[in-house]
Design a binder for this molecule. Structure first.
Ligand code: UDX
Length: 449
C-alpha cells in the first residue's frame, strides 16, 4: 500500500532513501535545509555521483512521486513515516559523533507530528541516542511519539541497489509498540514481497530492541574495518618477510568462516562511514565505561593510517628525496564509482606526498571537482596521459575500472620514470611489467609471484 513519507536530510543516505521510497511507490517529501542542495534536487540534479541514481531521480520526479522542500509545512502533518537521515559527523577535536543535527531535526518536526506517525531514524548514532530523541520529540509534540531505529547499510557506488534489494531490514522498536512495527512492515512491503526485484518473501525483516538496532550499524562497520585492517596488518608482515598478502587473502578467504570479501589489502579504508564510525564507537564505549571492550579499534585505525604512510616510504625508497619530484596520483575518491572525497585514502596519500616536497598531479575519472580550490598543493588534470607527462613515479590510489584498463604502454611513453606503486592491488601487473613498468604492489613481492 502506498504511504506518505518525509525524508529529512538529503545527503548521500537521505537522497538515496528518498528516491528508493518513491521508486517503491510511496509519496515522498524530501526535506533539505541547504539551499544549494535543495535547488539542485528540485531541478533533478544529484549533488553527488552515484551510478543509476540520477535516472531514478528523474523517473520519480516525472511520476510526481517526490517533491523537495526546505522545511516542514502543513503537508507533513498526514505523513505516515518521517525518516531521519541527517548527518552525524565526527566532532572536531574529538572522536565522538555530533548528534546535534538529529536533535534539531526532531525539534523542527515536533509541531507537525501526528500521534499516529512513526519517526524512523536512519542516521548512524551512538547507542542510546534514540531514547533521548524520543523523550525530546514527545516533549515537543505533547504526546508519546512513536520513534523506531532503522539502520541503513547502503554502500556508495551501489546505493540504490542496496536500498531496493537489501540483505536485510533491521528495525529497533520500543517494547509494546506494535503500531510502529506494523507501519514499518507495510512501508517495506514492496521489498519484502518482491516488487523491487528482491526475492519475494526472502528479505529478512529483523525486529529488535532499539539499543541493539543502533549497535547493529556501528558493529557491522567496525567488523568490516577490522577485517580490512587485519589483512593490512598481514600485508605489513608479508612485506617484512617476502610473503604475498594477496595470495594469503585468497587462501584464507576460501574458509567459509572467514570469507573473501573485505580482505583486499592496500591503502585502507576511508569515506564518510568506516573511519568516523569506529572512532565514535570508541568514544561511546568509553562513556558507557566499557572502553576497553573496543580498545582494539584504535589499532584498527592505526594500521589503516600506517598503510597511507607506507606509500610515502615506498616512493622515497624509489626516488630518494621527494623534493621537486613529479608524482602522478591515479584516483582521488575514497573508492571507485563514487566522487566522495571524505577521508579518502588516495587523497590523503596525495597530500602526504605533496607535504614531503613532491609536485603531485592528481587524476580521477569523477572526483576532481573542488580539488583545485580546497587543495592548492595538488594539481588536478583531467586527461590521464596529460597528467602523466614527465611523472617520476605513478601511484594508484583508487581502483577505478578505468585504471585497470589503462593502456600501460601508452602511459609508459609519456612518463619520466616507469615505476608504479599499486596502492590497491588492482592493476594487471603482468601487462604493466610487459610494458616496461616496475610494479610495486602493497603487501606483495612481485619478484616472487
Ligand atoms: C560502508 C559500509 O560498507 C556500508 O554498509 C555502510 O552503510 C556505509 O559504510 P562505504 O563507505 O560506501 O560503505 O564503502 P565500503 O565499500 O564499505 O568501503 C569502505 C572503504 O574500505 C573504501 O575506502 C574501500 O576502498 C576500502 N576497502 C574495502 C578496502 O580497503 N579493502 C576491502 O577489501 C574493502
Amino acid at each position: 500500500m502506498a504511504m506518505k513519507v518525509t525524508v529529512i536530510g538529503l545527503g548521500y543516505l537521505g537522497a538515496t532513501h528518498a528516491v528508493a521510497m518513491a521508486e517503491m511507490g510511496h509519496q515522498v517529501i524530501g526535506i533539505e535545509a541547504d539551499s544549494k542542495r535543495l535547488s539542485a534536487l528540485q531541478e533533478g540534479k544529484l549533488p553527488f555521483y552515484e551510478p543509476g541514481l540520477d535516472e531514478a531521480l528523474a523517473r520519480v520526479i516525472a511520476s510526481g512521486k517526490i517533491s523537495f522542500k526546505s522545511g516542514h509545512d502543513e503537508d507533513s502533518r498526514d505523513a505516515d513515516v518521517h525518516f531521519l537521515c541527517v548527518g552525524t559527523p565526527q566532532v572536531t577535536g574529538s572522536y565522538a559523533a555530533d548528534t546535534s543535527y538529529l536533535f534539531s531535526a526532531v525539534d523542527a518536526l515536533a509541531p507537525y507530528l501526528s500521534p499516529t506517525a512513526v519517526v524512523a531514524g536512519k542516521s548512524t548514532v551512538p547507542v542510546g541516542t534514540a531514547k533521548t530523541l524520543t523523550e525530546r520529540l514527545s516533549k515537543g509534540a505533547g504526546f508519546a511519539a512513536h520513534l523506531v531505529w532503522n539502520p541503513e547499510f547502503l554502500r556508495e557506488g551501489t546505493a540504490l541497489e542496496d536500498s531496493l534489494r537489501p540483505d536485510r531490514i533491521v528495525i529497533g522498536v520500543p517494547s509494546g509498540d506494535d503500531h510502529s512495527e506494523k507501519v514499518m512492515r507495510s512501508i517495506y512491503e514492496p521489498i519484502t514481497n518482491g516488487d523491487t526485484g528482491s526475492p519475494a518473501g526472502q528479505t529478512p525483516f529483523l525486529v529488535m530492541d532499539v539499543a541493539t538496532s543502533e549497535l547493529v550499524k556501528v558493529a557491522a562497520n567496525s567488523f568490516l574495518a577490522t577485517k580490512i585492517s587485519f589483512i593490512n596488518a598481514m600485508a605489513e608482515i608479508a612485506e617484512a618477510s617476502g610473503a604475498d598478502a594477496v595470495r594469503l587473502a585468497e587462501a584464507i578467504g576460501m574458509d567459509a568462516r572467514i570469507g573473501s570479501l573485505f580482505l583486499r589489502n592496500g591503502i585502507g579504508f576511508g569515506g564518510g562511514c568506516l573511519p568516523k564510525d569506529i572512532r565514535a564507537f570508541m568514544a561511546r564505549a568509553n562513556e558507557l565505561g566499557v572502553g576497553s571492550a573496543v580498545d582494539f579499534l584504535a589499532d584498527v585505525d592505526a594500521v589503516n593510517l600506517r598503510r597511507r604512510e607506507r606509500v610515502v616510504e615506498l616512493a622515497k625508497r624509489e626516488l630518494g628525496s621527494l623534493t621537486d619530484k613529479r608524482i602522478l596520483m591515479l584516483g582521488a575518491a575514497f573508492k571507485p564509482d563514487s566522487d566522495d572525497l571524505r577521508d579518502s585514502p588516495a587523497l590523503m596519500v596525495a597530500l602526504k606526498l605533496a607535504q614531503a616536497g613532491a609536485h603531485v598531479v592528481i587524476h580521477d575519472p569523477m572526483a576532481l571537482h573542488g580539488i583545485k580550490d580546497r587543495y592548492p598543493q595538488l594539481e588536478p588534470i583531467e586527461d590521464v596521459f596529460e597528467a602523466a607527462k614527465g611523472a617520476d613515479i605513478v601511484v594508484l590510489g583508487t581502483e577505478w575500472k578505468f585504471y585497470r584498463e589503462l593502456d600501460a604502454s601508452k602511459l609508459a611513453s609519456v612518463v619520466s620514470g616507469k615505476t608504479v606503486i599499486d596502492g590497491r592491488n588492482a592493476l594487471p601487473y603482468q601487462s604493466w611489467q610487459e610494458a616496461g613498468w616496475k610494479v610495486i604492489a602493497l603487501g606483495r613481492n612481485l619478484e616472487n609471484a
